[in-house]
Ligand binder design. Structure first.
Ligand SMILES: *Cc1c(COP(=O)(O)O)cnc(C)c1O
Length: 415
């Protein structure tokens, strides 16, 4: 075992000088992470909510192993393959409405980039100039690449620091009151000639603070986008594949977007893959005799066969195992386990939706102290800002989830 070096691996969103060194993971199994030193942690995060079936599911492992033997990768220019075709057909069948045209990429951020680019290009292809901006919502998170960053919350997204490097978008509060609805309506009316579309995370703004909104608010966003003739992009990178209790969050509002972004749990947390899926109407704007009207994007590892095989196996599991019922069972256990924290000193809010439980604290928060306290209790929980959240595997055993909610009550209730 080599000594860890603290400057070799550049870590995500981490001040390398002052942050505690990372723990060294050795193995995973089910909802557990085993560290090199032998400690076994119950995972409250499912690796940024990707590992929806738990870790090392044998069905996904077998599918990927078989694909590895046959063809790990092949370029997607001029070639196609069964894993990608099967996956596209299955996604189109599972998604609502006529979201039938699937563009594969390799991360959530890129899925968002592709959606933004496609929406802007729809207008160009229709011969309408000057419509390249987007309306987005405060509290949102859509990824770390430049276009995706530009539609993230303007404070959290650090827009000011990057200044003109980022395209300037139009921000609103989610229309969860009549006054805010009026503000969105008026803002979209005023700026519609410069706007390509509207982007929103349906039902839960995830990495921006686990803020939840009722389906009616999403329906309002969709209605206002339609009223002003804007392309509606739903970013379901966080919410897709059962996290909110339905396969896709937009189902709960009866909303069918023009473009939808999927990633995170798409491969059951095993391999990087993302999809941007468009309706027939969006796709039609690219269907032309003009080569320049084609969608101008093409990742090197587009539709990687290993990742597509993993995603197909993950969809098998959604079809044959009761994942949505499990998500709803987790919701009930999270509600019961976290409810005692409501109204306690230092607790601002307790929120549960599907297999997402979030406790919002009154700042200032001692993040390092909390992380250490969770570790002491054998729980892998990573608070950020004023939020402590659980997004476990949908298959987490009841007693493992009880350990997580128990640790939340002990650590946060004592604050
Ligand atoms: C994680 C996330 C992204 C970015 O996905 P990456 O794979 O990290 O690029 C985009 N949108 C939402 C809603 C996310 O949760």
């Amino acid at each position: 075992m080599s000594e860890p070096r603290d400057d070799l691996l550049w870590r995500p969103y981490t001040q390398m000088k002052t942050a505690a060194p990372p723990l060294r993971a050795a193995r995973t199994q089910g909802s557990r992470i085993v560290l090199e030193d032998g400690r076994e942690l119950v995972d409250g995060i499912a690796s940024w909510w990707t590992a929806c079936h738990g870790y090392n599911h044998p069905h996904i492992r077998q599918a990927v192993a078989a694909q590895l033997d046959a063809m790990p990768h092949v370029m997607f220019g001029g070639l196609t393959h069964a894993p990608a075709e099967d996956l596209a057909r299955r996604l189109a069948a599972l998604l609502p409405g006529d979201l039938d045209h699937v563009f594969f990429s390799d991360s959530g951020s890129v899925a968002v980039e592709v959606a933004l680019k496609a929406a802007a290009q729809v207008w160009l292809n229709r011969g309408v100039a000057g419509r390249s901006r987007f309306a987005a919502f405060r509290g949102g998170y859509h990824g770390d690449t430049m276009g995706a960053m530009s539609v993230c919350d303007p404070e959290e997204g650090m827009h000011r620091r990057f200044g003109r490097y980022l395209p300037e978008q139009l921000f609103f509060d989610l229309p969860d009151t009549r006054a805010r609805e009026t503000a969105v309506d008026a803002g979209l009316a005023r700026h519609r000639d410069t706007l390509a579309g509207v982007i929103v995370e349906p039902l839960v703004q995830g990495a921006g603070g686990m803020r939840m909104h009722p389906p009616e608010v999403l329906a309002t966003v969709a209605r206002l986008a339609r009223r002003h003739g804007l392309i509606l992009i739903l970013d379901e990178v966080f919410t897709g594949f059962g996290r909110t209790g339905t396969l896709f969050a937009c189902e709960q509002a009866g909303v069918v977007p023009d473009l939808i972004c999927l990633s995170k749990a798409l491969t059951g947390g095993t391999l990087p893959l993302a999809a941007t899926v468009a309706t027939a109407e969006i796709f039609a704007a690219f269907w032309s005799d003009d080569p320049a009207a084609a969608l101008m994007h093409g990742p090197t590892f587009m539709a990687n066969p290993l990742a597509c095989a993993a995603a197909n196996a993950s969809l098998d599991l959604f079809a044959r195992e009761p994942r949505l019922a499990q998500a709803n069972r987790i919701a009930a256990q999270l509600e019961e386990g976290l409810a005692p924290l409501r109204g306690r000193p230092g607790i601002r809010d307790v929120r549960v939706l599907g297999a997402i439980g979030a406790v919002q604290l009154v700042p200032p928060t001692d993040l390092a102290g909390m992380k250490a306290a969770f570790l002491e209790r054998g729980a892998w929980v990573r608070p950020f800002g004023d939020i402590v959240y659980l997004t476990p595997a949908l298959t987490i055993p009841e007693e493992d989830l009880a350990r997580l909610t128990g640790a939340m009550r002990e650590i946060l209730g004592a604050a």
